[in-house]
Write a protein of this length. Structure first.
Length: 109
């Protein structure tokens, strides 16, 4: 189960974090529109919105966001034991080169 998500970056930009149980058939390129094709639909486990309103200004040059009590149930495919996540920017923005720090806290059930 996804318990919480923490994100830090140079701007308070809205994202959707998509969880899948396998890699996409056709991985997306940087800055390409994110679309799920029919072959990838069974891999979808859920997504979490990280809204601009989740951020607070840190004491450094970063903004930090925490989405707590997510409660999203995810399960890896037994053969891989892997969960895949895709960060999708939902805002029209041009932050240039940026660094993001993402932490996803899982709780085994």
């Amino acid at each position: 189960m996804v318990r919480s998500i923490k994100l830090a970056g140079v701007g308070a930009i809205a994202y959707d974090l998509w969880f899948m149980n396998a890699n996409l058939v056709t991985p997306r390129l940087n800055n390409e529109t994110f679309n799920i094709v029919v072959a990838d639909e069974p891999k979808y486990l859920g997504h979490v919105q990280i809204a601009a309103g989740h951020y607070v200004k840190a004491q450094s040059a970063f903004y930090v966001a925490t989405v707590a009590d997510v409660g999203l149930m995810v399960q890896a495919v037994a053969a891989t034991q892997s969960i895949y996540a895709y960060m999708v920017c939902t805002a029209v923005t041009a932050p240039g080169t940026t660094v993001l720090y993402l932490t996803v806290d899982f709780e085994p059930l």
